[in-house]
Design a protein around this ligand. Structure first.
Ligand SMILES: CCCCCCCC/C=C\CCCCCCCC(=O)SCCNC(=O)CCNC(=O)[C@H](O)C(C)(C)COP(=O)(O)OP(=O)(O)OC[C@H]1O[C@@H](n2cnc3c(N)ncnc32)[C@H](O)[C@@H]1OP(=O)(O)O
Ligand SMILES: Cc1cc2nc3c(=O)[nH]c(=O)nc-3n(C[C@H](O)[C@H](O)[C@H](O)COP(=O)(O)OP(=O)(O)OC[C@H]3O[C@@H](n4cnc5c(N)ncnc54)[C@H](O)[C@@H]3O)c2cc1C
Length: 607
């Protein structure tokens, strides 16, 4: 049956132009062409070190180090986290003490918990580290700064004196993340020249004078803003990959429902399967579009920073931290749901899902623990609300808080299920929910004498308010995307269906928020759910074409279940047969251990 497309009948059902949708998913026609060519050539290979040099090094330092890094003459590791501290960057313990006699910094790990722990590439391969350490001059602590430190000889790759490096060992699962040499590093009074402190933001002079930056010190966290927005894009890839596998397999898999010898039901036709799968399909598109927006916001930030305009930096931090958190959580949970959607076969390595899950789930932790990131968003929201009194009009993603008074009076006017298809009806409900949750937190916070005590006490509520705010951003950006000119037969209509599924699924999932804040009535909640069911029926004939639009090759999916041609069973069988256990019919050790047991005589009356 090689060459037969078992999913052709599904593809024929599509009510939209898949070629155009491929370009929409890729971002543009050009991006599509590029991805199409490259995805067939290379695997993803993220750099980790270079963005930080660009952000924190002076022009002179960049001239010295970037060509070396770009040409792979040196291999760098972003070395921030320690055994004792990851989230609390200000709590890092490694020290870099200035020695005015020699014009050097002395890097030292004063305690076990100061050991650098986790940095990727550090364990085995890196020649240099961008190490984060506390700057000490004349016994005065100036806080955490970045230092370029050579770790290994460029001749024989042996570690240099005073440096102890190891790999931190096996990680979750047996999958590909174990090929990453996350490492540990101890400094024992290692000396580096003064000009290897990254001095774009603040400098240390030859005399040992600290010259603080005249720009916000938060700029030193710029690498994290950059990587977090990349991670949002990455979430759309990881989730769409899992959704592609489980959608195709759900159309192939049949279970129950045969009448008089007719074929059994495709599991994708079960409403329960649709209610689990289609919100994830919609989420993949939603994350894709919000990542597109976030990337353009980030590019705008860079232009502003060039012009010394720092006004959007706090919002950029809140958006990248919050969206990193929400989207990686959705993707990680979504991958696991996709595994379950594939039943038993989803647990096989050949489904591609266990590997994807094991590699992906740390995204909820690295580059900022997801809860810690939402608490940053909450701080930003509380700050925005506290400034309302002084007449500060919020802009951008918090503009709706400027209409807080009006939103506190809001009651949804939905009367019929179809009313929930109107974008403005959805946005108003999401704005009112987010605003009321934040306002409630702000009001509760004001009851505490010490705001920090209040923040700790209310942190679970604050995380929920931040979640509501971030979900509002994603819903709004999906709606804005559809306000653009999108050509192609049926493309906009399909995206409209996905947009409504995304928003109404969230409403259904967080119905408690919407009801307890009195934004909607139970009847309106019921109508939203009714609408959701009918949207699932609309997406059903287009489901396969919607995942085809991701344009993933079988090689990229690495999944027997997600094959483009749907030829699952013969390939599943073939794949199992490749297992080394099947090379022989008698397993190793059988004659030594199992056979003697089998040959033991039976004793009457005893087992
Ligand atoms: C590397 C390149 C890769 C490129 C390719 C990408 C492909 C993508 C796909 C997949 C590859 C991924 C591979 C894995 C990579 C993993 C790498 C790592 O994990 S590296 C370690 C990351 N470590 C954290 O993220 C720590 C988390 N902690 C923190 O960020 C901070 O410490 C935080 C936010 C918790 C703040 O802690 P506080 O409370 O002590 O803050 P205070 O330092 O005092 O600063 C407070 C002020 O600064 C602002 N702020 C904080 N962070 C900011 C930021 N990043 N930008 C701007 N402002 C920020 C705050 O809003 C606040 O502002 P106000 O004073 O209220 O105005
Ligand atoms: C696969 C992987 C790759 C990594 N790569 C790198 C790298 O290349 N370079 C590098 O420097 N680091 C790297 N890291 C480290 C990573 O950035 C940190 O692990 C991450 O920032 C989380 O910090 P932590 O480990 O200190 O978690 P912790 O902060 O110890 O988190 C433990 C728990 O405490 C909670 N918590 C912490 N603080 C608060 C708070 N203020 N309020 C409420 N709850 C809180 C968290 O939510 C979490 O539930 C990597 C980590 C992983 C897993």
């Amino acid at each position: 049956m090689e060459g037969v497309d078992h999913l052709a009948h599904e593809r024929n059902k599509a009510q939209f132009d898949v070629a155009v949708m491929k370009a929409v998913w890729a971002g543009s026609r050009d991006a599509y062409e590029l991805f199409h060519r490259f995805s067939r050539l290379v695997a993803n290979d993220p750099e980790m070190f270079i963005p930080a040099i660009k952000a924190q090094a002076t022009e002179e330092q960049q001239k010295q180090w970037l060509p070396l890094a770009n040409k792979m003459k040196i291999i760098g590791s972003y070395t921030q986290t320690e055994l004792g501290h990851g989230s609390n960057v200000r709590g890092l313990e490694t020290t870099a003490t200035f020695d005015p006699k020699t014009d050097e910094f002395v890097l030292n790990s004063p305690t076990l918990t100061a050991t650098k722990w986790w940095p990727g590439g550090l364990g085995k391969i890196a020649t240099h580290a961008l190490a984060h350490a506390r700057l000490i001059i004349d016994d005065k602590d100036y806080g955490v700064h970045g230092f370029l430190v050579q770790l290994r000889s460029l001749d024989d790759h042996l570690t240099l004196p005073g440096i102890t490096i190891g790999d931190i060992g096996m990680k979750y699962g047996s999958g590909a993340y174990n090929t990453m040499d996350n490492g540990s590093l101890i400094f024992d009074h290692v000396r580096i020249p003064r000009n290897q402190m990254l001095m774009r933001l603040s400098q240390v002079t030859r005399e040992g004078k600290y010259v603080p930056s005249n720009v916000p010190r938060q700029l030193s966290y710029g690498t994290m803003v950059y990587v977090r927005q990349k991670i949002v894009f990455d979430a759309s890839i990881a989730l769409s990959r899992a959704v592609c596998i489980s959608t195709r397999y759900s159309a192939v898999r049949r279970q129950f429902g045969s009448h008089n010898g007719s074929p059994e039901t495709q599991v994708i036709d079960y409403k329960t399967q649709q209610a689990r799968l289609f919100p994830l399909l919609a989420s993949a598109y939603a994350i894709r579009f919000v990542s597109e927006w976030l990337n353009s916001f980030y590019k705008d930030l860079l232009q502003r920073l060039e012009a010394k305009d720092f006004s959007t930096l706090p919002e950029a931090h809140a958006c990248t931290a919050g969206l990193k958190s929400i989207t990686t959580s959705v993707a990680a949970d979504g991958i696991e749901e996709c595994r379950k959607l594939c039943g038993g076969h989803g647990y096989l390595t050949s489904s591609g899902l266990p590997e994807l899950s094991a590699v992906y789930i740390p995204a909820c932790t690295y580059e900022g623990d997801n809860v810690v990131m939402l608490l940053q968003v909450a701080r930003y929201l509380m700050k925005t609300i506290s400034q309302l009194k002084s007449g500060n009009k919020p802009v951008g993603t918090t503009a709706y808080l400027g209409r807080a008074e009006q939103l506190m009076q809001y009651h949804s006017d939905v009367l019929r299920a179809e009313d929930w298809l109107k974008p403005n009806v959805v946005v108003e409900a999401f704005e009112a929910r987010a605003a009321r949750m934040s306002m409630a937190c702000a009001q509760n916070l004001s009851k505490f004498n010490n705001p920090e005590d209040g923040f700790q006490e209310l942190s679970a509520d604050l995380v929920e308010a931040a979640t509501a705010h971030c979900q509002l951003i994603i819903v709004s950006k999906f709606i804005e995307k559809l306000q653009q000119d999108i050509p192609g037969k049926g493309v906009k209509e399909q995206l409209g269906v996905l947009r409504s599924i995304y928003a109404l699924f969230l409403l259904h999932k967080h119905i408690g928020d919407f009801l307890s804040t009195d934004c909607i009535t139970p009847k309106q909640g019921y109508l939203a759910n009714e609408q959701l069911r009918s949207l699932y029926s609309q997406v059903r004939p287009n489901a396969i074409a919607l995942v085809d639009a991701f344009n993933y090759t079988d090689h990229f999916l690495s999944s027997v279940l997600g094959r483009y041609d749907g030829n699952v069973y013969p390939k599943l069988y073939e794949e199992a047969w490749k297992d080394p256990l099947n090379d022989t019919s008698i397993p190793d050790g059988f004659h030594e251990y199992v056979q003697p047991m089998l040959k033991q005589p039976l004793h009457h009356g005893r087992l």
